[in-house]
Design a protein around this ligand. Structure first.
Ligand code: IMP
Length: 180
């Protein structure tokens, strides 16, 4: 069975291909994300739009960075925030905060042609005081997973073993194995 991953983010696609044992195909997909504080609501809407276009089993993935000291900001607005103020802007906002706790949360929504199935997971961690490392993408240079000292951008191998995306894809992968 062919499964499409609808995303405009090539980094997400390569992380997913490395993690999933099922073969997936890239469906380059640009769509206007709905506004919501809820990742699942956004992912469900996106996968319905993607399925209407491709009429093939397809999944989407939505991720947010939730910073405790900023009451969960940027959360579901992480892409918009990244485009507007980037990592440097987040570092400025966090400069005088002593609580650096943050987490990434991922939601995958899969449309199998009949139903939509959703999978969630998180990666707890904290923010670095400055950018560290050159690998990965997005907020990777400032995110240090719990129990570690390097950012995702400094240790991409580690990222792919414990990230929010890895853990969510694992749940999705186990689900697919029961179906195929
Ligand atoms: P979206 O899931 O494509 O809406 O991504 C939200 C924002 O978070 C974008 O700016 C991404 O670059 C960023 N982002 C998503 N996943 C990750 C990740 O695994 N590491 C770092 N930043 C991420």
């Amino acid at each position: 069975m062919e499964i499409l991953f609808a995303t405009s983010n090539k980094h997400k696609f390569s992380e997913a291909s490395a993690i999933l044992s099922t073969k997936i195909k890239h469906f380059p997909f640009q769509y206007l994300e709905i506004r919501s504080d809820n990742l699942e609501e956004i992912a469900r809407d996106a996968v319905a739009v993607a399925y209407a276009k491709c009429k093939t089993p397809v999944f989407v993935e939505d991720t947010g960075l939730f910073i405790t000291a900023l009451k969960g900001f940027p959360g579901t607005y992480s892409a918009w925030t990244f485009a507007k103020i980037g990592v440097e802007g987040i570092l400025k906002l966090m400069k005088d905060e002593s609580n650096k706790e943050a987490k990434f949360e991922t939601c995958i929504a899969y449309h199998d042609g009949t139903d939509i199935h959703v999978f969630h997971d998180v990666c707890e961690g904290r923010l670095a005081d400055q950018k560290q490392g050159n690998s990965g993408f997005g907020y990777d240079p400032i995110f240090i997973p719990e129990g570690h000292t390097q950012t995702f951008a400094e240790n991409i191998t580690l990222k792919n073993k414990l990230s929010h995306r890895y853990k969510t894809l694992l749940k999705f992968s186990r689900f697919l194995k029961t179906r195929i």
